[in-house]
Design a binder for this molecule. Structure first.
Ligand SMILES: Cc1cc2nc3c(=O)[nH]c(=O)nc-3n(C[C@H](O)[C@H](O)[C@H](O)COP(=O)(O)OP(=O)(O)OC[C@H]3O[C@@H](n4cnc5c(N)ncnc54)[C@H](O)[C@@H]3O)c2cc1C
Length: 420
């Protein structure tokens, strides 16, 4: 039973946290809502940091989830620039870095993730970068512009989404780009070899060099400046700056210290939550990048590090905190933009889960939809420069209905007509 005088605390002011706060008010909660974030900026969205904002095409103001004045208007109490440093689930308190102690009735952990660091000599050099925060994007934007002006070299460790998006941005500034990746193709674990290589070709055509099957072992520098990188197969690449884009780790330290159930790093990590996004403590919830949720539709526990999961997971957690019946079963979704190629991916098809990949459309022109199937059932679909198909793709995944691969591959057959 939620009462008017209760206090709901949200730790983490990213998209999940901000959307949860919005939902609490939209659902009529009249108690205190306190949002705590260690960043000084108001909650913002991160996708533009490797795309429009990095390219200088989007204004700083456009990345924020709400206008600053919205928080006061919605009576959300903000503690910005303040980390939550201690959580006591028995006393139901959270302590901030400045010593403030807050007592809560319900708590949402929306602490997101942080970039994984390279653990090799030279990582401390000033020319080694990460990309998670606005300040990182602003710094990197300056670096890319000056590399472009001076014919400088950027080495990117990691050919995942962020690595590739930054490679595209760097090329548009005119920088030389080499991407070093341990797998044999870009995006190997998400897309598999054939479709991963399609993104490889896209970048090669724009002058990006790849070094696959190799790992950085050293960043060589002098007087704080980066000069080159070395890889474990004995190669050396010139470099004036390095971006470590080797994935992100969920920020679980508060949950861990509080004794909440966590998921092993080998299984994806994160705070273990049920389908209502409730942790092992009944008064504490988790959403967004940090939450590893029981997914009713996929019938597995999954941690999704994507924008749409923060956008929808924050509100789902807020509704669960209000005592509503919640089964968070959204089909995972993400998007990416690189050069003139935009894509959307719906579903979940990890390596080994599918037995067939079929495409409809013109793969060579990069205008197509790829479908990942298991025994004829659709696990995932990716539309590349083809739009307005996310809904039928997600409905086909949700239906679990066996499909005729030939019909899926035929652009003359509408996706809607394949629904049961
Ligand atoms: C550069 C970049 C580009 C991306 N592009 C895409 C894209 O194109 N498509 C897509 O689907 N997804 C994309 N993503 C992923 C997407 O941005 C994330 O999934 C989303 O930001 C997750 O939101 P969140 O609220 O869970 O976490 P976050 O956005 O990480 O927010 C968590 C906040 O909590 C704060 N925090 C953590 N611990 C504490 C603490 N103890 N006390 C106080 N505050 C704390 C953090 O500093 C942070 O501000 C991108 C991510 C990045 C970094």
């Amino acid at each position: 039973m939620v009462e008017a005088h209760q206090t709901f605390v949200i730790v983490g002011g990213g998209l999940a946290g901000a959307k949860a706060a919005e939902t609490l008010r939209a659902e009529g909660f009249t108690g205190r809502v306190i949002l705590i974030c260690d960043e000084r900026d108001h909650p913002y969205e991160r996708p533009p940091l490797s795309k429009g904002y990095l390219l200088g095409k989007e204004e700083r103001d456009s990345v924020f989830v709400h206008e600053p004045a919205w928080y006061a208007g919605a009576d959300i109490e903000l503690h910005l620039g303040q980390p939550a440093v201690h959580l006591d689930p028995d006393a139901r308190t959270v302590r901030l870095g400045d010593g403030t102690l807050i007592v809560y009735d319900k708590l949402l952990l929306a602490t997101g993730a942080e970039p994984r660091r390279l653990d090799i000599p030279g990582t401390g050099l000033a020319g080694v970068h990460h990309l998670r925060r606005l300040a990182h994007a602003e710094r990197l934007r300056g670096v890319l512009a000056s590399l472009g002006r001076d014919n400088g070299h950027l080495v990117i460790a990691g050919a995942g989404w962020i690595g590739l998006e930054v490679a595209a941005a760097a090329r548009s500034y005119g920088a030389e780009v080499t991407v070093v990746e341990t797998a044999p193709t870009p995006l190997h674990t998400v897309l598999g070899p054939e479709l991963g290589d399609l993104f490889g070709d896209l970048h090669r055509e724009r002058g990006v060099r790849f070094h696959f099957g190799a790992r950085l072992t050293e960043i060589v520098g002098q007087d704080g400046m980066v000069l080159a990188v070395r890889t474990d197969d004995g190669e050396e690449h010139p470099a004036h700056a390095v971006l470590a884009a080797i994935g992100a780790a969920p920020r679980t330290s508060l949950a861990e210290q509080a004794g909440l159930a966590l998921v092993d790093r080998s299984s994806g990590g994160g705070i273990a939550v049920d389908a209502a996004l409730r942790t092992s403590d009944p008064h504490v919830y988790a959403a967004g990048d940090v939450a590893a949720a029981d997914h009713p539709l996929l019938d597995t526990r999954i941690r999704v590090e994507h924008w749409a999961n923060a956008l929808n997971g924050g509100p789902a957690a807020a509704r669960a905190m209000l005592g509503q019946d919640v089964a968070y079963d959204r089909v995972p979704y993400f998007f990416s933009d690189q050069y003139d190629v935009g894509m959307e991916y719906s579903g979940y098809a990890p390596p080994g889960s599918y037995d067939q990949v079929v495409c409809r459309g013109d793969v060579a022109k990069r205008e197509f939809i790829a479908f990942w199937l298991s025994e004829g059932r659709l696990l995932a679909g990716m539309n590349v420069n083809v739009w307005d198909v996310t809904e039928p793709i997600q409905q086909l995944i949700r239906s679990g209905h066996p499909l005729d691969p030939a019909a899926l591959a035929d652009p003359e057959v509408s996706l809607e007509s394949l629904l049961p």
